[in-house]
Write a protein of this length. Structure first.
Length: 210
């Protein structure tokens, strides 16, 4: 299965991607994780990407496409993959098609903005390994310490209150139009907001016929 996950920041794409990855035995390709690793390691592409991320702008398409294309060429992607956070714009989606990267479905997680704001305000991330937590629904066992690697858990700049509204603005302007893009290709599936992670997973399984 080759799947794209769509939805506003904080809609639960990363969580559902991990679950579907285990269920379908295909890797999750998170452009966010790839970029964060590059920025942490201060690679040339990471330094370039950091300038855009720090100013709240989208990373240029040529950087994203190059990173994703290299990742999808690896052996573990031969039987499929889940793209989380890519494409973000119609030009990116067109660029993926142009380089021969196709998908079976684009799954959109439909979550209201007010719910997104509440979720992101409580999200925390490990600075070292990128593991995600939430102060209410899934806090680390020890406050401020990552369960996985023992690194420091903190709020990302992207999740600070002053930037959440800006991120939602960008999503609605740049990314939401992708739903129409994939619908015209007969590849769009949508799942509404559910009360729990498990309920959302069940709805996704039903929508995709897994």
């Amino acid at each position: 299965m080759k799947l794209i996950l769509l939805g506003a920041p904080g809609a639960g794409k990363g969580t559902q991607a991990e679950i579907l990855s285990r269920m379908c035995k295909v890797p999750t390709i998170s452009t966010g994780n790839i970029l964060r690793a590059a920025m942490k390691n201060k690679t040339p592409v990471g330094i370039r990407a950091k300038e855009y991320v720090d100013s709240g702008k989208l990373v240029p398409d040529d950087v994203i496409i190059g990173i994703v294309r290299e990742r999808l060429a690896e052996d573990d992607c031969k039987n499929g993959y889940i793209l989380d956070g890519m494409p973000r714009t119609i030009p990116q989606a067109q660029a993926l098609e142009e380089v021969g990267i196709d998908v079976d479905w684009a799954l959109s997680l439909e979550v209201p903005d007010e719910t997104i704001i509440e979720r992101l305000g409580g999200r925390r991330v490990c600075k070292d390994c990128g593991a995600t937590y939430h102060v209410v629904s899934s806090p680390p066992k020890t406050e401020g310490v990552c369960d996985t690697c023992g690194g420091k858990v903190c709020i990302r700049k992207d999740d600070a209150p002053e930037t959440i509204s800006h991120r939602l603005e960008i999503y609605h302007r740049e990314t939401a139009p992708l739903k129409d893009f994939y619908e015209t290709r007969g590849k769009l599936k949508s799942v509404g907001n559910m009360n729990t992670v498990d309920e959302t997973t069940k709805a996704i399984v039903g929508a995709l016929g897994l």
